[in-house]
Design a protein around this ligand. Sequence first.
Ligand code: ADP
Length: 457
Amino acid sequence: MKVLHVTGEVAPYSKTGGLGDVLGELPPAQRALGIEARVVTPLYGFIDRGRLRRGRTLAEVHLGGRALGGRLWHDDDRHITFVDLPGLLDRPHNYGGPGGEYADNPLRFGAFCKVAAGMADEADVFHLHDWQAGLVAMYLGGRRPVVLTVHNLAYQGLCGFEWADRLGVPRALRTYEGVEYYGRVSLLKAGLVLADRLTTVSPTYAAEIQKEPGGMGLAGLFRHRRRGLDGIINGIDTDDWNPAGDPALPAAFTADDLGGRAACAAALRAELKLDAGPIFGVISRAAGQKGLDLLVSAAPRAIAAGARFAVLASGEPSIMQGLSEVAAQHPGAFTVVDRFDLDLARRIYGGADFITVPSRYEPCGLTQLIGMRYGSIPVVRRTGGLADTVVDGETGLCFDEASAEALNGAIDRALSLDDDARAAMQARCMAQDWSWAGPAAAYRDIYRRFGGLEAKP
Ligand code: ADP
Protein backbone atom coordinates (compact mmCIF):
# COMPACT_ATOMS: atom_id res chain seq x y z
CA MET A 1 0.00 0.00 0.00
CA LYS A 2 1.46 3.33 -1.08
CA VAL A 3 0.34 6.38 0.89
CA LEU A 4 1.30 9.91 -0.03
CA HIS A 5 1.01 12.45 2.79
CA VAL A 6 0.57 16.04 1.64
CA THR A 7 1.49 18.69 4.21
CA GLY A 8 2.58 22.30 4.62
CA GLU A 9 5.10 21.37 7.30
CA VAL A 10 7.27 18.48 8.37
CA ALA A 11 9.82 18.12 11.18
CA PRO A 12 12.76 18.57 11.19
CA TYR A 13 12.57 20.88 8.16
CA SER A 14 9.60 23.19 8.50
CA LYS A 15 7.73 22.55 11.75
CA THR A 16 5.72 25.43 13.21
CA GLY A 17 3.64 23.29 15.59
CA GLY A 18 2.24 19.86 16.22
CA LEU A 19 1.36 19.33 12.54
CA GLY A 20 5.05 19.27 11.69
CA ASP A 21 5.75 16.76 14.46
CA VAL A 22 3.00 14.45 13.24
CA LEU A 23 4.28 14.46 9.65
CA GLY A 24 7.82 13.82 10.84
CA GLU A 25 6.77 10.85 12.97
CA LEU A 26 3.64 9.15 11.60
CA PRO A 27 5.08 8.12 8.19
CA PRO A 28 8.09 6.26 9.67
CA ALA A 29 5.71 4.45 12.07
CA GLN A 30 3.58 3.48 9.07
CA ARG A 31 6.61 2.19 7.20
CA ALA A 32 7.32 -0.06 10.21
CA LEU A 33 3.91 -1.61 9.50
CA GLY A 34 4.79 -2.33 5.86
CA ILE A 35 3.03 0.71 4.36
CA GLU A 36 5.02 2.66 1.76
CA ALA A 37 4.39 6.05 3.33
CA ARG A 38 5.91 9.17 1.76
CA VAL A 39 5.58 12.88 2.37
CA VAL A 40 5.31 15.69 -0.15
CA THR A 41 5.81 19.22 1.17
CA PRO A 42 6.91 22.69 -0.03
CA LEU A 43 10.57 23.59 -0.35
CA TYR A 44 10.56 26.82 1.64
CA GLY A 45 13.40 29.31 1.35
CA PHE A 46 14.91 28.45 4.74
CA ILE A 47 15.31 24.72 3.96
CA ASP A 48 18.92 23.85 3.19
CA ARG A 49 18.87 22.09 -0.16
CA GLY A 50 22.55 21.22 0.15
CA ARG A 51 21.59 17.99 1.89
CA LEU A 52 18.84 17.08 -0.59
CA ARG A 53 18.97 15.13 -3.83
CA ARG A 54 17.95 17.13 -6.89
CA GLY A 55 15.03 15.46 -8.62
CA ARG A 56 13.11 15.93 -11.86
CA THR A 57 11.99 19.17 -13.46
CA LEU A 58 8.25 19.64 -13.15
CA ALA A 59 5.93 19.93 -16.10
CA GLU A 60 4.57 23.49 -16.21
CA VAL A 61 1.82 24.15 -13.69
CA HIS A 62 -0.92 26.41 -15.09
CA LEU A 63 -2.69 28.38 -12.40
CA GLY A 64 -4.06 31.88 -11.95
CA GLY A 65 -3.17 32.76 -15.53
CA ARG A 66 0.45 31.90 -14.91
CA ALA A 67 2.66 29.09 -16.11
CA LEU A 68 4.83 28.01 -13.19
CA GLY A 69 8.03 26.05 -13.44
CA GLY A 70 9.83 24.12 -10.74
CA ARG A 71 11.47 20.92 -9.70
CA LEU A 72 11.40 18.22 -7.06
CA TRP A 73 14.02 17.60 -4.38
CA HIS A 74 14.30 14.54 -2.17
CA ASP A 75 15.40 13.45 1.27
CA ASP A 76 15.67 9.75 0.44
CA ASP A 77 16.36 8.64 4.00
CA ARG A 78 13.22 10.26 5.31
CA HIS A 79 11.11 9.53 2.19
CA ILE A 80 10.27 13.22 1.79
CA THR A 81 9.74 14.93 -1.58
CA PHE A 82 10.04 18.72 -1.64
CA VAL A 83 8.24 20.84 -4.22
CA ASP A 84 10.36 23.75 -5.38
CA LEU A 85 8.39 26.53 -7.09
CA PRO A 86 10.81 29.46 -7.29
CA GLY A 87 9.29 32.82 -6.43
CA LEU A 88 6.29 31.19 -4.79
CA LEU A 89 7.21 28.68 -2.12
CA ASP A 90 10.79 29.71 -1.35
CA ARG A 91 9.99 32.36 1.27
CA PRO A 92 11.56 32.93 4.69
CA HIS A 93 8.43 31.62 6.49
CA ASN A 94 5.94 28.83 5.80
CA TYR A 95 2.81 30.94 5.70
CA GLY A 96 3.81 34.50 6.50
CA GLY A 97 6.05 36.64 8.65
CA PRO A 98 5.42 39.06 11.51
CA GLY A 99 3.56 41.33 9.06
CA GLY A 100 0.88 38.68 8.49
CA GLU A 101 0.12 35.88 6.08
CA TYR A 102 1.44 36.07 2.53
CA ALA A 103 -1.34 37.53 0.37
CA ASP A 104 -0.71 34.98 -2.38
CA ASN A 105 -0.96 31.91 -0.12
CA PRO A 106 -3.92 30.58 -2.17
CA LEU A 107 -1.71 30.62 -5.26
CA ARG A 108 1.30 29.23 -3.36
CA PHE A 109 -0.61 26.31 -1.89
CA GLY A 110 -2.87 25.91 -4.92
CA ALA A 111 0.20 25.35 -7.09
CA PHE A 112 1.73 23.06 -4.49
CA CYS A 113 -1.48 21.01 -4.36
CA LYS A 114 -1.61 20.79 -8.14
CA VAL A 115 1.92 19.37 -8.21
CA ALA A 116 1.03 16.91 -5.43
CA ALA A 117 -2.11 15.77 -7.27
CA GLY A 118 0.11 15.15 -10.29
CA MET A 119 1.82 12.39 -8.31
CA ALA A 120 -1.28 10.17 -8.41
CA ASP A 121 0.65 7.44 -10.21
CA GLU A 122 2.89 7.08 -7.18
CA ALA A 123 0.11 6.65 -4.60
CA ASP A 124 -2.74 4.26 -3.81
CA VAL A 125 -4.12 6.65 -1.20
CA PHE A 126 -3.65 10.37 -0.65
CA HIS A 127 -3.57 11.48 2.96
CA LEU A 128 -4.07 15.25 3.18
CA HIS A 129 -3.36 17.39 6.22
CA ASP A 130 -5.18 20.65 6.99
CA TRP A 131 -5.96 23.56 4.65
CA GLN A 132 -2.56 23.58 2.99
CA ALA A 133 -3.42 20.27 1.28
CA GLY A 134 -7.19 20.72 0.85
CA LEU A 135 -7.08 21.55 -2.86
CA VAL A 136 -5.37 18.24 -3.70
CA ALA A 137 -8.79 16.59 -3.38
CA MET A 138 -10.14 18.97 -6.03
CA TYR A 139 -7.24 18.63 -8.46
CA LEU A 140 -7.28 14.82 -8.10
CA GLY A 141 -10.87 14.77 -9.31
CA GLY A 142 -11.56 11.35 -7.80
CA ARG A 143 -8.58 9.58 -9.37
CA ARG A 144 -7.45 8.23 -5.98
CA PRO A 145 -9.06 7.70 -2.58
CA VAL A 146 -8.44 10.59 -0.20
CA VAL A 147 -8.25 10.80 3.60
CA LEU A 148 -8.16 14.28 5.08
CA THR A 149 -7.01 14.87 8.65
CA VAL A 150 -8.05 18.05 10.45
CA HIS A 151 -5.29 19.02 12.85
CA ASN A 152 -6.73 22.42 13.72
CA LEU A 153 -10.00 23.78 12.40
CA ALA A 154 -9.09 27.35 13.29
CA TYR A 155 -6.90 27.51 10.20
CA GLN A 156 -9.06 27.09 7.11
CA GLY A 157 -7.10 28.79 4.35
CA LEU A 158 -9.75 31.47 3.74
CA CYS A 159 -9.48 33.84 0.80
CA GLY A 160 -11.63 36.12 -1.32
CA PHE A 161 -14.03 34.65 -3.86
CA GLU A 162 -11.97 36.00 -6.76
CA TRP A 163 -9.63 33.10 -6.03
CA ALA A 164 -12.27 30.61 -7.20
CA ASP A 165 -11.44 31.52 -10.81
CA ARG A 166 -7.72 31.75 -10.31
CA LEU A 167 -7.60 28.32 -8.61
CA GLY A 168 -9.84 26.73 -11.24
CA VAL A 169 -12.66 25.80 -8.85
CA PRO A 170 -15.43 24.13 -10.92
CA ARG A 171 -18.77 25.98 -10.97
CA ALA A 172 -20.53 23.14 -9.14
CA LEU A 173 -18.17 23.54 -6.18
CA ARG A 174 -18.71 27.29 -5.79
CA THR A 175 -21.62 26.86 -3.35
CA TYR A 176 -22.00 26.47 0.39
CA GLU A 177 -22.01 22.73 -0.21
CA GLY A 178 -18.62 23.21 -1.87
CA VAL A 179 -15.76 25.57 -1.10
CA GLU A 180 -17.85 28.60 -0.11
CA TYR A 181 -17.51 29.70 3.52
CA TYR A 182 -19.61 32.74 4.43
CA GLY A 183 -18.90 34.46 1.13
CA ARG A 184 -15.26 33.47 0.95
CA VAL A 185 -13.36 30.48 -0.38
CA SER A 186 -12.08 27.93 2.14
CA LEU A 187 -9.22 25.79 0.88
CA LEU A 188 -9.81 23.40 3.78
CA LYS A 189 -13.44 22.95 2.78
CA ALA A 190 -12.41 21.76 -0.68
CA GLY A 191 -10.80 18.85 1.12
CA LEU A 192 -13.61 18.39 3.63
CA VAL A 193 -16.32 18.03 1.01
CA LEU A 194 -14.32 15.97 -1.49
CA ALA A 195 -12.30 13.61 0.73
CA ASP A 196 -13.59 10.06 1.04
CA ARG A 197 -12.92 9.92 4.75
CA LEU A 198 -12.20 12.54 7.39
CA THR A 199 -10.23 12.17 10.57
CA THR A 200 -9.22 14.46 13.34
CA VAL A 201 -6.70 14.09 16.09
CA SER A 202 -8.77 13.02 19.09
CA PRO A 203 -12.24 11.55 19.73
CA THR A 204 -13.29 14.49 21.93
CA TYR A 205 -12.29 17.01 19.24
CA ALA A 206 -14.19 14.91 16.67
CA ALA A 207 -17.29 15.41 18.85
CA GLU A 208 -16.57 19.09 19.59
CA ILE A 209 -16.38 20.06 15.91
CA GLN A 210 -19.89 18.69 15.33
CA LYS A 211 -21.24 21.48 17.53
CA GLU A 212 -20.67 25.21 17.57
CA PRO A 213 -18.53 27.01 18.54
CA GLY A 214 -16.03 24.12 18.17
CA GLY A 215 -17.08 23.56 14.56
CA MET A 216 -16.02 27.10 13.65
CA GLY A 217 -18.96 27.45 11.30
CA LEU A 218 -18.63 23.93 9.88
CA ALA A 219 -20.42 21.89 12.56
CA GLY A 220 -23.24 21.05 10.14
CA LEU A 221 -20.79 19.65 7.62
CA PHE A 222 -19.10 17.50 10.27
CA ARG A 223 -22.47 16.24 11.56
CA HIS A 224 -23.42 15.35 8.02
CA ARG A 225 -20.17 13.42 7.60
CA ARG A 226 -19.96 11.95 11.11
CA ARG A 227 -20.07 8.33 9.90
CA GLY A 228 -16.85 8.86 7.98
CA LEU A 229 -15.20 10.91 10.73
CA ASP A 230 -12.74 9.28 13.12
CA GLY A 231 -10.78 10.75 16.01
CA ILE A 232 -7.29 9.27 16.28
CA ILE A 233 -5.00 10.57 19.01
CA ASN A 234 -1.52 11.53 17.84
CA GLY A 235 1.50 9.66 19.10
CA ILE A 236 4.99 10.88 19.85
CA ASP A 237 8.28 9.45 18.62
CA THR A 238 9.37 7.77 21.83
CA ASP A 239 12.92 7.28 20.53
CA ASP A 240 13.33 10.96 19.84
CA TRP A 241 11.43 12.10 22.93
CA ASN A 242 13.39 9.97 25.35
CA PRO A 243 14.82 11.36 28.60
CA ALA A 244 17.16 8.37 28.82
CA GLY A 245 19.14 9.60 25.82
CA ASP A 246 18.20 13.18 25.04
CA PRO A 247 21.37 15.12 24.16
CA ALA A 248 19.63 18.41 25.02
CA LEU A 249 19.29 17.39 28.69
CA PRO A 250 22.10 18.03 31.17
CA ALA A 251 21.50 14.58 32.70
CA ALA A 252 19.72 11.41 31.60
CA PHE A 253 16.97 9.71 33.59
CA THR A 254 14.38 6.95 33.32
CA ALA A 255 11.18 6.08 35.13
CA ASP A 256 13.16 3.59 37.25
CA ASP A 257 16.08 5.88 37.93
CA LEU A 258 15.00 9.47 38.34
CA GLY A 259 18.35 10.58 39.77
CA GLY A 260 19.25 12.67 36.70
CA ARG A 261 15.98 14.53 36.85
CA ALA A 262 17.01 16.54 39.90
CA ALA A 263 20.06 17.73 37.96
CA CYS A 264 17.80 18.73 35.04
CA ALA A 265 15.56 20.68 37.42
CA ALA A 266 18.51 22.42 39.08
CA ALA A 267 20.00 23.37 35.70
CA LEU A 268 16.66 24.70 34.45
CA ARG A 269 16.20 26.72 37.64
CA ALA A 270 19.65 28.24 37.20
CA GLU A 271 19.22 28.87 33.48
CA LEU A 272 15.88 30.65 33.90
CA LYS A 273 16.80 32.27 37.25
CA LEU A 274 13.89 30.79 39.15
CA ASP A 275 13.72 30.71 42.95
CA ALA A 276 12.97 27.55 44.93
CA GLY A 277 9.50 26.06 44.42
CA PRO A 278 7.75 23.68 42.04
CA ILE A 279 8.30 24.64 38.40
CA PHE A 280 5.31 24.86 36.05
CA GLY A 281 6.56 24.65 32.46
CA VAL A 282 4.68 26.19 29.54
CA ILE A 283 5.74 25.47 25.94
CA SER A 284 3.38 27.02 23.49
CA ARG A 285 2.65 28.98 20.41
CA ALA A 286 1.39 32.37 21.56
CA ALA A 287 -2.08 32.17 19.97
CA GLY A 288 -5.51 32.84 21.44
CA GLN A 289 -6.31 29.13 21.35
CA LYS A 290 -3.66 28.36 23.94
CA GLY A 291 -5.26 30.24 26.85
CA LEU A 292 -2.08 32.05 27.84
CA ASP A 293 -4.24 35.01 28.89
CA LEU A 294 -5.65 32.74 31.61
CA LEU A 295 -2.09 32.07 32.71
CA VAL A 296 -1.36 35.81 32.84
CA SER A 297 -4.40 36.37 35.08
CA ALA A 298 -3.77 33.33 37.27
CA ALA A 299 -0.03 33.87 37.74
CA PRO A 300 0.05 36.39 40.64
CA ARG A 301 -2.07 34.17 42.91
CA ALA A 302 -0.20 31.03 41.85
CA ILE A 303 3.15 32.70 42.53
CA ALA A 304 1.96 33.83 45.96
CA ALA A 305 1.07 30.19 46.63
CA GLY A 306 4.62 29.13 45.73
CA ALA A 307 4.48 28.22 42.03
CA ARG A 308 7.37 29.11 39.68
CA PHE A 309 6.87 29.41 35.93
CA ALA A 310 9.18 28.56 33.03
CA VAL A 311 7.45 29.89 29.92
CA LEU A 312 8.75 29.27 26.39
CA ALA A 313 6.42 30.85 23.86
CA SER A 314 6.44 32.79 20.64
CA GLY A 315 3.82 34.27 18.39
CA GLU A 316 1.26 37.05 18.72
CA PRO A 317 2.89 40.19 20.15
CA SER A 318 -0.09 41.15 22.34
CA ILE A 319 0.03 37.78 24.11
CA MET A 320 3.82 37.95 24.52
CA GLN A 321 3.39 41.47 25.95
CA GLY A 322 1.02 40.18 28.63
CA LEU A 323 3.47 37.43 29.59
CA SER A 324 6.42 39.86 29.68
CA GLU A 325 4.56 42.18 32.05
CA VAL A 326 4.00 39.34 34.52
CA ALA A 327 7.68 38.40 34.21
CA ALA A 328 8.74 42.00 34.92
CA GLN A 329 6.59 42.10 38.05
CA HIS A 330 7.74 38.71 39.36
CA PRO A 331 11.47 38.23 38.82
CA GLY A 332 12.61 34.87 40.12
CA ALA A 333 9.11 33.45 39.87
CA PHE A 334 7.99 33.86 36.26
CA THR A 335 10.49 33.71 33.42
CA VAL A 336 9.45 34.14 29.80
CA VAL A 337 11.61 33.17 26.85
CA ASP A 338 10.22 34.59 23.62
CA ARG A 339 11.48 32.35 20.84
CA PHE A 340 11.05 28.97 19.15
CA ASP A 341 13.76 26.86 20.76
CA LEU A 342 13.58 23.09 20.42
CA ASP A 343 16.41 22.42 22.88
CA LEU A 344 15.10 24.71 25.61
CA ALA A 345 11.72 23.03 25.16
CA ARG A 346 13.43 19.72 25.95
CA ARG A 347 15.15 21.16 29.02
CA ILE A 348 11.78 22.40 30.29
CA TYR A 349 10.08 19.04 29.67
CA GLY A 350 12.94 17.37 31.55
CA GLY A 351 13.27 19.84 34.42
CA ALA A 352 9.78 21.15 35.19
CA ASP A 353 7.58 19.48 37.79
CA PHE A 354 4.39 20.25 35.90
CA ILE A 355 3.54 21.12 32.32
CA THR A 356 0.70 23.60 32.04
CA VAL A 357 -1.69 23.58 29.06
CA PRO A 358 -4.63 25.96 29.69
CA SER A 359 -5.95 25.79 26.11
CA ARG A 360 -9.36 27.20 25.23
CA TYR A 361 -9.54 24.38 22.71
CA GLU A 362 -6.95 21.76 21.79
CA PRO A 363 -7.47 19.29 18.92
CA CYS A 364 -4.94 16.84 20.37
CA GLY A 365 -2.02 18.56 22.06
CA LEU A 366 1.45 17.11 22.10
CA THR A 367 2.99 19.04 24.98
CA GLN A 368 1.07 17.06 27.60
CA LEU A 369 2.16 13.77 25.98
CA ILE A 370 5.81 14.81 25.80
CA GLY A 371 5.54 16.19 29.34
CA MET A 372 4.30 12.83 30.65
CA ARG A 373 7.11 11.01 28.86
CA TYR A 374 9.62 13.31 30.61
CA GLY A 375 7.95 13.05 34.01
CA SER A 376 6.43 16.52 34.13
CA ILE A 377 2.83 16.19 35.26
CA PRO A 378 0.20 17.83 33.01
CA VAL A 379 -2.07 20.54 34.39
CA VAL A 380 -4.60 20.95 31.61
CA ARG A 381 -7.98 22.31 30.68
CA ARG A 382 -10.37 19.42 29.98
CA THR A 383 -10.95 19.98 26.25
CA GLY A 384 -10.26 18.09 23.01
CA GLY A 385 -7.28 15.77 23.13
CA LEU A 386 -6.29 17.02 26.58
CA ALA A 387 -9.52 15.48 27.91
CA ASP A 388 -8.70 12.20 26.15
CA THR A 389 -5.12 11.87 27.36
CA VAL A 390 -4.99 13.21 30.93
CA VAL A 391 -6.93 11.46 33.70
CA ASP A 392 -7.63 13.86 36.54
CA GLY A 393 -5.95 12.83 39.77
CA GLU A 394 -4.22 9.90 38.05
CA THR A 395 -1.96 11.27 35.32
CA GLY A 396 -2.47 14.97 35.87
CA LEU A 397 -4.78 17.70 37.07
CA CYS A 398 -7.67 18.94 34.97
CA PHE A 399 -9.95 21.96 35.12
CA ASP A 400 -13.08 22.67 33.13
CA GLU A 401 -13.96 26.33 32.94
CA ALA A 402 -11.80 28.60 30.78
CA SER A 403 -11.12 31.00 33.64
CA ALA A 404 -8.17 32.10 35.75
CA GLU A 405 -10.03 30.91 38.87
CA ALA A 406 -10.35 27.39 37.48
CA LEU A 407 -6.69 27.35 36.43
CA ASN A 408 -5.71 28.59 39.89
CA GLY A 409 -7.78 25.77 41.38
CA ALA A 410 -5.84 23.16 39.39
CA ILE A 411 -2.49 24.78 40.25
CA ASP A 412 -3.47 24.82 43.95
CA ARG A 413 -4.28 21.11 43.75
CA ALA A 414 -0.90 20.50 42.10
CA LEU A 415 0.87 22.45 44.85
CA SER A 416 -0.96 20.54 47.57
CA LEU A 417 0.23 17.10 46.40
CA ASP A 418 2.62 15.65 48.97
CA ASP A 419 5.89 14.11 47.78
CA ASP A 420 4.51 10.57 47.68
CA ALA A 421 1.37 11.52 45.76
CA ARG A 422 3.41 13.56 43.31
CA ALA A 423 5.90 10.74 42.76
CA ALA A 424 3.10 8.23 42.22
CA MET A 425 1.42 10.50 39.69
CA GLN A 426 4.72 11.09 37.92
CA ALA A 427 5.36 7.34 37.75
CA ARG A 428 1.92 6.77 36.20
CA CYS A 429 2.63 9.50 33.63
CA MET A 430 5.95 7.98 32.65
CA ALA A 431 4.42 4.50 32.34
CA GLN A 432 1.97 5.64 29.62
CA ASP A 433 2.59 4.46 26.08
CA TRP A 434 2.16 7.37 23.65
CA SER A 435 4.15 5.77 20.85
CA TRP A 436 2.92 5.91 17.26
CA ALA A 437 2.32 2.14 17.01
CA GLY A 438 -1.36 2.43 17.97
CA PRO A 439 -2.28 5.46 15.85
CA ALA A 440 -0.30 4.17 12.85
CA ALA A 441 -2.35 0.96 12.93
CA ALA A 442 -5.57 2.95 13.30
CA TYR A 443 -4.78 4.92 10.11
CA ARG A 444 -3.91 1.70 8.32
CA ASP A 445 -7.35 0.34 9.20
CA ILE A 446 -8.92 3.46 7.68
CA TYR A 447 -6.93 3.07 4.43
CA ARG A 448 -7.96 -0.58 4.30
CA ARG A 449 -11.62 0.35 4.23
CA PHE A 450 -11.02 1.57 0.67
CA GLY A 451 -10.54 -2.09 -0.25
CA GLY A 452 -7.86 -3.74 -2.37
CA LEU A 453 -5.09 -1.88 -0.56
CA GLU A 454 -3.71 -4.58 1.69
CA ALA A 455 -0.18 -4.01 2.94
CA LYS A 456 2.29 -6.25 1.13
CA PRO A 457 3.46 -9.11 3.39
P1 ADP B 1 0.15 23.23 18.28
O1 ADP B 1 0.33 22.31 17.12
O2 ADP B 1 -1.22 23.81 18.38
O3 ADP B 1 1.19 24.29 18.34
P2 ADP B 1 0.82 20.90 19.92
O4 ADP B 1 0.76 20.72 21.40
O5 ADP B 1 0.11 19.91 19.09
O6 ADP B 1 0.33 22.39 19.63
O7 ADP B 1 2.34 20.89 19.43
C1 ADP B 1 3.24 21.83 19.85
C2 ADP B 1 4.65 21.36 19.48
O8 ADP B 1 5.47 22.50 19.24
C3 ADP B 1 5.30 20.60 20.59
O9 ADP B 1 6.29 19.72 20.04
C4 ADP B 1 5.99 21.71 21.39
O10 ADP B 1 7.10 21.22 22.13
C5 ADP B 1 6.45 22.61 20.26
N1 ADP B 1 6.56 24.04 20.61
C6 ADP B 1 5.58 24.94 20.77
N2 ADP B 1 6.07 26.16 21.03
C7 ADP B 1 7.42 26.03 21.05
C8 ADP B 1 8.52 26.96 21.25
N3 ADP B 1 8.33 28.25 21.49
N4 ADP B 1 9.77 26.46 21.17
C9 ADP B 1 9.98 25.15 20.91
N5 ADP B 1 9.00 24.24 20.71
C10 ADP B 1 7.74 24.67 20.77
